[in-house]
Design a binder for this molecule. Sequence first.
Ligand code: OSB
Ligand code: MG
Length: 369
Amino acid sequence: MKIERVTLHRLAMPLVRPFETSFGIQTERDVLLVHLVTSDGVEGWGECVAGADPVYSSEYVSGCEYVIENYLVPAILAGPDVSAETLDARLGFVVGNRMAKAAVEAAVLDAQLRASGISFGSYLGAVRDEVDCGVSVGIAPSIDELLDEVSGYVSEGYRRIKLKIRPGWDLEPVGAVRALLGDAALLQVDANTAYTREDIDHLRELDQFGLVLIEQPFVEDDIAGHAILAAAIDTPVCLDESITSADIARDAIERDATSIINVKPGRVGGYLESVRIHDVCAERDVAAWVGGMLETGLGRAANVALAALPGFTLPGDTSASRRYYAEDLTEPFELVDGRLRVPTGPGTGVAVRPELVASWATRRPLLLH
Ligand code: OSB
Ligand code: MG
């Protein structure tokens, strides 16, 4: 496949409600889209999941845009034989920058699959036509407001609730939500690195709530600390930020630092690496699930396809469009019986709405060729 031209779009999309984590409060998404056209006139779209600021990981959207514009796009415009499978070799001269690479990979894969009439799901190895969905609930202004928000999601049908926690917002809100949901409901927490090894005795208190898992309690580099925690508490430890590749996933599993993995294609450099992490987990009977980065319908479509692989045995952070956006960039994803349908059309199977790309733009499109 030959890539003829690439356009980078930047847009701002307001969230339906502020999303607060241990990193801060987010009220909109600063979205970077990669749109490419092949020499045969086939189009591909990819979404960059990096945040506006380098707080979840070292990557941030303006940095990704710089790397994509100046390094990754020139490399894919240069060759006649561009394919998703050979991108590692083509883009490997750039160290790290996984979210930037993942956005380019998604666009290349979309075009490649559209050209051959194959869906993301079939290509990645999906075995289900719909996936169980959970929802990630931000830190709320009060326990009452948290319970209202969670009740709303329960009535919409979500199959699992994830609460964001941090020191000062943990045992009390988690206990209140457990009491609301009853013992049988799937409930888990995500600390986004807010705790340290000093907090192990405190985190053990969470064991009383019968959680599915605690996600990323410590800073990403502290694999050893997560192993100590995992041995010290009953709640399973799940890593998110720490897992940036299949090799690191294998290493963290072998060191007993994690018994469940949150797979996010942006964080690990793309969908192909996500499948490799899926396989690492499946071979070792380690549970896995597909996380989220508040994606638009574009990234969501591909994430839902990924979540349909057999080893993704826990509900993902693949929520319906309306949980994030009043109007989505694509046709909306709607929850039916706590599940989203896996798109079946070629590529991502969804269409980006050009009028919304134009009306939400925060600067003029950047054309590269
Ligand atoms: O840690 O999983 C996380 C959103 C942005 C950045 C990091 C995280 C999240 C979420 C929301 O928890 C997941 C989603 O619904 O997309
Ligand atoms: Mg997380």
